[in-house]
Every structure is written in structure tokens, then in C-alpha cells.
Design a protein around this ligand. Structure first.
Ligand SMILES: [Zn+2]
Length: 253
């Protein structure tokens, strides 16, 4: 194992968790799964090696029976990732399928249809969790998601204050392994380790109960080398007594 400064900082942070008799929970979400590909195979191999199950956020309009078949043996929970992952916002605005430009009634119909369509393909593997495309949704939709058939919600970063009105099992992701602003590729080993360490530190210093740290992947934008780095890092985490990998079904039930 290479023991560079990032790894040393990570281990030092985990030692603090141990000293405080705490266990850091880590969970994983992968977005945009749509068809069987060799890139999906690389992720499935990683899941198998690490024995760590992600929540798959699948796009109903892009999913097929062929994909359901490819995922049959993996037994992974599937969340509703929009309906078609289309952007309805103007050119200069931030992308969103359920943003301010759309009529509330149309949004509700799409969200209900999204869950129906995905359930027709994946059956009981679909859980009642909604993951908005680009991690963005109109804030006024959040409190009504439970009326639309959802008990869970997942986006990115800090949870909004709407959590108190939502009655949802709400668990965000915090570390995105893709650098969307610049390269649109894997952020690299050092950055991934340091972002995990920063999030661990932030959670440890929070008052009250810590949130599980969510890792976000987009397997279609990753190559086998990226997964190799990912596996190396998560093997270090897995071996550490201060870490527990959390099954998404424990969070969204
Ligand atoms: Zn997406």
C-alpha cells in the first residue's frame, strides 16, 4: 500500500473516530444506469470485490428489460432518477428536469409515471426513493413527494431546510468522483481521498448524530483504471474498524 500524505491524513482522521468510539458510515449511489455496457461490468466487478452495494439511480425512459436482466443477479436496489433526464430550463440557467420553468401539475404527472415505468421494468427492486437529475428539484415539490409515492430522497451536498416539511428518509451524497466542471473524468485518487477525509472531519465535528457520507459515481464516465483506484481506496476504508459500509436498504426502507 502506498502511504502518501493523503492516505496518512485519511488514516489519522479515522483514528480520531476510533478514539471517540464512533463509526463512520459510508454509502454509495451510482447515477444514470440505462443499459448493459462494459462500463457497467467494471462497476459490477467492483461491487463484487468490495462487497459494497450502491443504490442505482436509473432513468425510467432509458431503462430496458435487457438492463433488468443484466442486473438480475446483483440484487441492487433501484431509485427513480427523473423520468427522461431532460432539461427544461433555459440555456443560461442550471439544468433541471423538475425546475422552476415547468408547471407543477406536469411535474407531478411525470414523477408518478416515472415510478410506474421503472417498476414495470425492475419490479420489486425499485424502492420508494427519488433522485432528481442533476441533483436539482423545485423546493416546493419536496414536501409533496410522499403524496407521489416516495418515502426516500437523495440529492447532493447539504440537505435543504425542506427536510423538516418532507417526512422523507433523506440521505444525500457528498463526494462526487467525477470532475464535471473541468475534465468530466474521474477526479483522481488524491482528490478522492482528500474529499472523503474532509467529509469525515466535517461529520465528526458536527453536533448531534453524524450523517452517513454518500459517495456518488457515474459509471458511464469511468474507465477500468478509475475503478481500480476506487477499489484501492475503499479497501483501505473497509479494513478500518472506524468505518462501516451501509447498504442503501438500511437508509431507504
Ligand atoms: Zn443523472
Amino acid at each position: 500500500m502506498r502511504s502518501d500524505s493523503e492516505t496518512k491524513n485519511l488514516i489519522a482522521e479515522l483514528t480520531k473516530w476510533s478514539q471517540e468510539n464512533r463509526v463512520a458510515r459510508i454509502w454509495w449511489r451510482d447515477d444514470d444506469v440505462s443499459r448493459p455496457t462494459s462500463k457497467l461490468d467494471s462497476m459490477l466487478k467492483t461491487i463484487d470485490i468490495l462487497d459494497f452495494k450502491p443504490l442505482l439511480a436509473a432513468i425510467p425512459k432509458h431503462s430496458s428489460q435487457e438492463l433488468a436482466k443484466a442486473l438480475e443477479t446483483a440484487g441492487l436496489p433501484i431509485a427513480v432518477h427523473g423520468l427522461s433526464h431532460s432539461n427544461y430550463e433555459p440555456e443560461d440557467a442550471r439544468k433541471s428536469e423538475f425546475g422552476p420553468s415547468r408547471d407543477l401539475h406536469d411535474i407531478k404527472i411525470d414523477i408518478i409515471r416515472a415510478k410506474e415505468q421503472l417498476s414495470n421494468i425492475f419490479g420489486n427492486s425499485v424502492i420508494d426513493c427519488f433522485v432528481p437529475p442533476w441533483n436539482r428539484i423545485r423546493e416546493d415539490i419536496i414536501p409533496i413527494l410522499s403524496q407521489l409515492g416516495f418515502s426516500g430522497f437523495s440529492a447532493f451536498g447539504s440537505r435543504s431546510s425542506k427536510i423538516h416539511e418532507s417526512n422523507l428518509n433523506w440521505f444525500n451524497t457528498h463526494v462526487d468522483v467525477i470532475d464535471w466542471r473541468n475534465t468530466r473524468h474521474f477526479i483522481g485518487r488524491e482528490t478522492l481521498i482528500s474529499q472523503i477525509t474532509d467529509n469525515l472531519r466535517r461529520q465528526r465535528k458536527r453536533s448531534g448524530t453524524s450523517e452517513p457520507i454518500g459517495i456518488l459515481t457515474h459509471h458511464l464516465d469511468m474507465i477500468e483504471n478509475d475503478w481500480e483506484e476506487f477499489r484501492n481506496i475503499f479497501t483501505i476504508l473497509k479494513k478500518n474498524n472506524a468505518v462501516r459500509f451501509v447498504d442503501p436498504l438500511e437508509l431507504f426502507h
